[in-house]
Write a protein that binds this ligand. Structure first.
Ligand code: IDP
Ligand code: MG
Length: 150
């Protein structure tokens, strides 16, 4: 099974969309292997968004992500990184098709509800940044043979 890191950002939490996001992931057949509410501090936020440190929107991004609680998750499934990015949609919700989380639930690029890792390498480093090893619970449910042929 592959793992990815997903976060409901402060706008998603404030708008009561945690259940909606979790529900869409679960309905697709993905598993939640870890989930925790976090109030990110400056240090965690800047590590998480270090790849964007030189971008003009970086300050606003860090300031927004530290402005309220987020819900951090490890999500598991076959090709989890790509499957979740597909569910999430495009960075700018205006260009994200209906049916995607951002295309259905958001309109502004700076308030796009969710974060999801963009590669296996970033998934590994983001999971290690947000969770300790003991917090990730690998479990197989009875639905497994109905989700996967083999
Ligand atoms: P992603 O979340 O789709 O992976 P990234 O390029 O990694 O998009 O950017 C991280 C976050 O930074 C985005 O989700 C969005 O909230 C914000 N962001 C990206 N580009 C812009 C921009 O041009 N203006 C304002 N905010 C942006
Ligand atoms: Mg990204």
């Amino acid at each position: 099974m592959d793992h990815t890191f997903v976060m409901v950002k402060p706008d998603g939490v404030a708008r009561g969309l945690v259940g909606e996001v979790v529900s869409r992931l679960e309905r697709r057949g993905l598993r939640i292997s870890a989930l925790r509410m976090v109030l990110p501090d400056e240090d965690l936020a800047s590590r998480h968004y270090s790849a964007h440190a030189k971008k003009p929107f970086y300050r606003d991004l860090v300031s927004f992500i530290t402005s309220g609680p987020v819900v951090a998750m490890v999500v598991s499934g076959d090709s989890a990184v790509d499957v979740v990015r597909g569910l999430v949609g495009a960075t700018d919700p205006k260009g994200s098709p209906p049916g995607t989380i951002r295309g259905d639930l958001a309109i502004d690029i700076g308030r796009n509800v969710v974060h999801a890792s963009d590669s296996a390498a970033s998934a590994a480093s983001e999971i290690a940044l947000w969770f300790g090893e003991g917090e990730i619970i690998e479990h197989v449910t009875a639905a497994q043979p109905y989700l996967y042929e083999r």
